[in-house]
Design a binder for this molecule. Structure first.
Ligand SMILES: Cc1ncc(COP(=O)(O)O)c(C=O)c1O
Length: 439
């Protein structure tokens, strides 16, 4: 069962309907109604972006530590050129042979271990997870899913059911069990064993309800749970447990994938496991909407024997051009190394500042995906969402964009572009220190 304290992810730092200092907020509300998701109580009007920086209408330049979609940096010239050229030449669905599509698929596949050799391209991470879940149900004959308590896996009907952090009032359905994220707080010093035991009991719980487990579906860095990356390898035991029960392991790489963790190209590789299905998205096209499912041919054979799968825009040549540019740039600019080096630098700097502050619990994460727990002074186990929110606003005053995650919304989440420089990391560290000194 979900903890009562879990906060829906889209409600964290949501805009204030009563503070439309400009008419644009009212305009957005009139257009998108209750589904509006503007950031900041007092939202920002943005006009352009480049590298790790975004520029607002009033000319303010913001250091973007929030957005993990533009992994190469905003408006990256290689992606802009690749997309523009392909769009001017040919864009169509995947029913024709267009070599750039297969060039992309082959380049993407080189980043995966055997036997993950088939790819289905989609337009969103939600579609990717939706298909992954259907593949798992088909192969196993089960329909139960095990996820973490504040997981987010997307917005389709099927995927919303396994996204506790998207649910405001609704209870999880019987076929979904949410377990605590792999944190020391829940599992003590042996996270691997504690987490695996919890997966085991979730499988038993499903069985008691007459439901067979189809899959363990995990974001490889537990992004919306509050970022849990350490220690390396802690997922291995849990994956063995689900496999022994006849279920699959689906690795959701929508957030940690494409070199962000610095130590590996895919988050699951930090755990020395090979998933049955991997889902990709966000940074895949550096802002061009594209996502995908990577899996074993057998699963697609079984599924497609019953149902066809076609995605009008998924895997179009322009997406392939964007995706290829992303893979090439990550490699050519050594961005995985940069993520590791700058990530280590940032983490060490944050830890040094955190050691002097009673408001900081843990600093966690890997590469350029870090989480900082904000706690009540002198009680590291007591999350402080109010101070977290105040800090997010103070970062904004320092022209830095940052968000929060975790069950209580009290973990600052850092995900700058992989091209981050040392001086940009220093700007963040200086602001972090100043904000903590002022609290
Ligand atoms: C871990 C994870 N999986 C899946 C999704 C869904 O991706 P999309 O918004 O592209 O549908 C998200 C989106 O935030 C995500 O964070």
């Amino acid at each position: 069962m979900m903890e009562k304290s879990v906060r829906p992810i889209l409600e964290m730092n949501a805009f204030d309907k009563q503070s439309p200092h400009n008419t644009n907020v009212a305009r957005r509300l009139a257009n998108t109604g209750a589904s509006s998701v503007l950031f900041y109580r007092d939202p920002i009007e943005m006009v352009s972006a480049e590298g790790v920086w975004m520029t607002a209408k009033d000319g303010t330049r913001y250091l973007d530590f929030y957005n993990n979609v533009p992994c190469l940096g905003h408006s990256h010239p290689a992606v802009v050129a690749a997309v523009s050229q392909q769009l001017a030449k040919l864009n169509t669905n995947t029913r024709y042979i267009v070599p750039i599509v297969d060039d992309y698929l082959e380049a993407l596949k080189t980043t995966f271990p055997e036997p993950l050799s088939n790819v289905v391209l989609t337009c969103s991470g939600s579609e990717a997870n939706d298909l992954a879940m259907r593949l798992a149900c088909k192969h196993t004959g089960g329909e139960g899913f095990i996820v973490t308590e504040s997981a987010y896996h997307g917005n389709t009907s099927l995927v919303t059911q396994v996204s506790p952090s998207a649910l405001k009032n609704t209870k999880l359905p019987d076929h979904v069990i949410a377990i605590p994220p792999p944190s020391k707080k829940y599992y003590g010093s042996n996270i691997a064993q504690g987490f695996a035991e919890r997966v085991e009991s979730a499988i038993a719980q499903l069985e008691q309800r007459g439901i067979k487990a189809a899959a363990l579906l995990l974001d490889s860095i537990f992004s919306s749970d509050g970022v849990f990356a350490e220690p390396d390898g802690f997922l291995k035991q849990a994956v063995e447990v689900i496999h022994n029960a006849g279920g699959l392991y689906i690795a959701d790489e929508v957030q940690p994938g494409f070199a962000r963790t610095g130590t590996a190209f895919w988050g699951f590789q930090n755990h020395d496991v090979v998933p049955d299905i991997v889902t990709l998205g966000k940074p895949m096209g550096n802002g061009f909407p594209m996502a995908g499912v990577v899996t074993k041919p057998q699963f697609l054979d079984e599924f497609c024997a019953d149902v066809g799968y076609f995605n009008t825009f998924g895997g179009n040549p322009v997406a392939a051009a964007a995706g290829l540019a992303v893979l090439n740039e990550i490699k050519n600019q050594n961005l995985q190394d940069n993520a590791r080096i700058l990530g280590d630098y940032l983490k060490a700097g944050l830890q040094k500042i955190a050691d002097l502050s009673p408001h900081i619990g843990e600093v966690r994460g890997s590469g350029l995906f870090l989480g900082i727990d904000i706690c009540h002074p002198n009680d590291n186990n007591q999350p402080d969402p109010e101070v977290t929110l105040a800090m997010i606003d103070k970062f904004r005053d320092e022209n830095i964009l940052i968000g929060a995650a975790g069950a209580a919304g009290a973990t600052l989440k850092l995900r700058p572009a992989l091209c981050l420089t040392k001086s940009e990391a220093d700007l963040f560290l200086q602001a972090f220190k100043k904000i903590l000194d002022d609290i």
